[in-house]
Ligand binder design. Sequence first.
Ligand SMILES: [Fe+2]
Ligand SMILES: [Fe+2]
Length: 214
Amino acid sequence: MNEQLNKLFEQAMAEVITSQQLHARWLNTLSMMENTGARKISRNEHPVFINLTILKHAAEEARHAYFLKKQIGKLGINLCPDYSWEFLLAPLSSYLYLHRLDLAVCRMLKDQWHFTQEQVKQGAYLLVTYAIEVKAEVLYGIYQKQLERFGSKINVKSIIMEEDGHLEEMTAMLEQFHEQWKVLAEVMCSIEEQLFHKWIEDVVMELPQPIAST
Ligand SMILES: [Fe+2]
Ligand SMILES: [Fe+2]
């Protein structure tokens, strides 16, 4: 993640954490996105040929959604009961983030790499998940630092540990998938970075204190 964007995200987190309402909506937004990821993995599962790694990954992403949702209870009662727009930060951008990533990679694999339909499906799943895992490490890392800085009761260390493992697993699966996986992964991460930038800018726009954008 580039330094300026890093800084913007860090400042946004500082503002979010210091407001009970904003923090609850942020946790709820992350929970919704983790849940979307978990459902995406499950949808992609083969009904017969599924291994322990994929089952573990799906279970852990679902756990992240649950864990983040549960943390909201530490901030107060009856905050953000579901994923309705009013309980999220930048709802449209947050909902569309994964979908846009998916769309961009499918287009790239089909038009520029001339993959077959099956390869596009498998490649999109691996590359989207990989890019998200790369970003998850940075995002949760910065968020955790800010949580500690403000002495919050919330911590996301267990998620960071599991996302670390996922990144290793996705790297191993991509190595098997294509010999030029590094080129594909690099393009994918730059697409993801643009979408992440847009998402964070939309989150920042909902904050009461203006933060200078990048
Ligand atoms: Fe996750
Ligand atoms: Fe993950």
